[in-house]
Ligand binder design. Sequence first.
Ligand code: NAD
Length: 454
Amino acid sequence: MLQVLNPATEEPVATVPAATPADVDAAVARAAAAQRGWAAAAPADRARLLRRFASVVDGHIEELARLEVTEAGHTIGNARWEAGNVRDLLDFAAGGVERLNGRQIPVAGGLDITILEPLGVVGVIAPWNFPMPIAAWATAPALAAGNAVILKPAEATPLTALRLAELALEAGLPEGLFQVLPGTGPVAGNALVEHPGIAKIVFTGSTRVGKSIMAKCAGQVKRVTLELGGKSPNIVFADADLEAAAAAAPMAFLDNSGQDCCARTRILVQRSAYDRFMELLTPAIEEIVVGDPSDERTQMGPLISRAQLDRVRSYVTDDLTGIRGKAPEGPGFWFPPTVLTDVPEDAPCAVEEIFGPVAVVLPFEDEADAIRLANATEYGLSGSIWTRDVGRALRASRAVRAGNLSVNSHSSVRYWTPFGGYQQSGLGRELGPDALTAFTETKNVFISTEGPAL
Ligand code: NAD
């Protein structure tokens, strides 16, 4: 049994049965049967059903958002956005069903075409930090491309996923096409990874588990997309609008209590602007409203679990100095917004993903030094560049090794632009114009136009 707790109160919310390998076997058989009919259906019918699914989700935004607040501790504003994101992803993917075009390639003596075929049954393994959007990032395009999906949500957050599966049936999606199997990673997750009937795994989670999944997929040459950890830089050049950069820096790492793979947790500030930037950043951190996530004014809620709280605490040792915000006392997994200063560049808090409301500020000398520091990481997921110099913004955007950069903003993820990591932040891309293609095989067919010899 999985025990779901409310992270803001530590009160039990629900218990959910954990899937066994036998449950996975049965789910794969059901999914394979459903997928055959789904792939054979007219594209317009598949698109229509996905749009209907989007519309049913739209009718349940508030309910889904409340569930997310209860099981994940997300602020209600974020949770509404997340439920809306599921709707938008389904709509966007539905628009792709009838545009999943192959190509016609010039050849001598015939016609050459490519056909994009669905993979079959796709396994999606999701983390607890953004349970709804991350599940939908893979599920929506995979379904649209003609696949069936089995989703294993994280142990701590199965409830929104289970509700989405019910809403899919309500919308008329065929039984078995989209199934949700809550369970533990080592049992249910691993059974999906090892199952020969699963054609692809989309894994979002820690780099450690991602590597082990990739190794296991190799045994079957199973397709895999990995969305892993990050330690993203927020580079502030002295010529930037410092007021704007300092005002935006807190939520760039505190959103979702820092449990965000794109969190800009390494704030790199040009030395000549360092003191002024810190003067502006300090009140901005201290003013962040931390508390009851269901309160509309709250900017930051609790961490997901005691284990996560202990992990975050282990990085913020007593010898470290910096800025500390406020957090509630008492029950709940609370940790205050924290910015650490005067830390060595290679300190654990400066190089490891903490996944909590903690950032470090490191000074740099010039552009070359900024790029060196920004790239001094095994990760490469996202980052921000603050400058008024367009040339510098473009040079830095090219030089920073990361999949998702924003200039003079901390742009959030958009479902219609590509997303994914360099280096150990992942493999493959999700979202964007090519989202559906990641769930297809390309088949090349040559058709001879030569007639019989006369
Ligand atoms: P995690 O790796 O512990 O777990 C993620 C999922 O994998 C869970 O569903 C878990 O049950 C499952 N799992 C665990 N062990 C498994 C195994 N042996 N076989 C199969 N499945 C297994 O990660 P987490 O703590 O839930 O999430 C936090 C991590 O996710 C952070 O590192 C964060 O950066 C990363 N993340 C990345 C992205 C991205 O898009 N790059 C987005 C969100 C989170």
